[in-house]
Write a protein that binds this ligand. Structure first.
Ligand code: HEC
Ligand code: CU
Length: 336
């Protein structure tokens, strides 16, 4: 094979690997728990890779020897027995050493996942719904719970202890860049610690099939410095501040009709709990658990045809005339 062909082959094999890094990948760890799991993964690759190479080498050796024995008369006269015993001994030794290394490695990784013991951790509750995420922060100063949805903010360098639950079926919480995944089981709370170290946007995804729109059950994760996080949380704790123009006023009154039964907008009469809290909906990055980008068009599209965009979603298609639909989208786009 000439050099350019080799280069092309190397490039081609890099294509599937390129899919392994990015904002939703355990191979780009950006937090203590993800680092521990990443190290364990590398250790497993080394141990299992070595065993694999050993087996392939042994197989190749056996094939060559069998051929030679067949060709040389009298070669298969039993003198190979001692060598075979040595081979078995080496294989057994490799298995014992390999398994011991893996046991120790997984024990260490497991300990690292809860290293802080939750001391001084931020308390967050995440509840899975078909097919969106209710997210509540415990305000460290007042002890009050602050509700939002579909977007998780985390302070860099601090530990956040997430209590996971479900309102309906089993879901699974997974932000691979920050930590491993953990199931969300109806009737109980599982606990996961997150200690992110790298700023930026990451992507979380439900990792347990939970119905037809399981693939549309994602969430955005923002890791930011603690001061920015505190300012963000303080803002989320505030009631809604709507725009003051007449279109927004019309939007708010339309919303108070069919929408307020399912959605809360704190500071207004809307206190529904069946759907996501919309108090600061426009501050989020996407609409309906990662289904659409957060733009005026994304909002209006969602409101006019939720059943077409996410068939089976808990939000019904609500027929609104064009001006009302426009006004509601304008109103929501102002709730920052
Ligand atoms: C029967 C309850 C119900 C009604 C009525 C309802 N919604 Fe929803 N809404 C939901 C549910 C459930 C979701 C989450 C859907 C999903 O992501 O699968 C949702 C999601 C949304 C979202 C996206 C929220 C987010 O965090 O991304 C917006 C915006 C929204 N609804 C606006 C409205 C508006 C405006 C109306 C009135 C025209 C309305 N909803 C009426 C239940 C309802
Ligand atoms: Cu799911």
């Amino acid at each position: 094979m000439d050099r350019t062909a080799m280069k092309r082959l190397a490039l081609l094999s890099a294509v599937p690997l390129a899919g392994c890094v990015g904002i939703q990948s355990p191979l780009s760890p950006g937090g203590d728990q993800a680092n521990a799991l990443h190290d364990l993964f590398v250790l497993m690759m080394i141990v299992c890779g070595s065993v694999y190479l050993l087996v392939v080498a042994g197989l190749g050796w056996a094939i060559l020897r069998a051929r030679r024995n067949a060709l040389i008369p009298g070669a298969a006269d039993g003198t190979g027995d001692r060598r075979r015993d040595r081979g078995v001994l080496i294989a057994a030794g490799a298995i014992v050493v390999g398994l011991t290394v893996l046991i120790v490695g997984s024990f260490i990784a497991d300990r690292a996942l809860f290293a802080t013991g939750g001391q001084g951790a931020m308390q967050v509750r995440v509840t899975g719904h078909q097919w969106w995420w209710r997210i509540e922060y415990r305000d460290p100063s007042s002890g009050r719970w602050i509700e939002t949805a579909n977007e998780l903010h985390l302070p860099r360098g601090r530990t956040t202890r997430v209590s996971l639950g479900s309102a309906d079926v089993i879901h699974s919480f997974w932000v691979p860049n920050v930590a491993g995944k953990l199931d969300m089981i109806p009737g109980r709370r599982n606990v996961l610690d997150l200690t992110p170290r790298i700023d930026g946007w990451f992507r979380g995804q439900c990792a347990e099939f939970c119905g037809l729109q399981h693939a549309h059950m994602a969430f955005d994760v923002k890791v930011e410095d603690p001061a920015t996080f505190d300012a963000w949380l303080a803002r989320q704790a505030q009631p809604a501040v709507a725009r003051t123009d007449t279109v927004a006023a019309r939007g708010e009154s339309v919303f108070a009709g069919p929408c307020a039964t399912c959605h809360a907008v704190r500071g207004t009469g809307a206190t529904g709990r069946a759907g996501p809290d919309l108090t600061h909906i426009a501050s989020r990055r996407s609409v309906a658990a990662g289904t659409l980008p957060m733009t005026r068009g994304g909002l209006q599209g969602w409101i006019s045809k939720p059943q077409a965009l996410k068939p089976g979603t808990g939000m019904p298609d609500i027929p609104l005339d064009a001006r009302d639909a426009d006004a509601v989208a304008h109103y929501l786009a102002g709730l920052r």
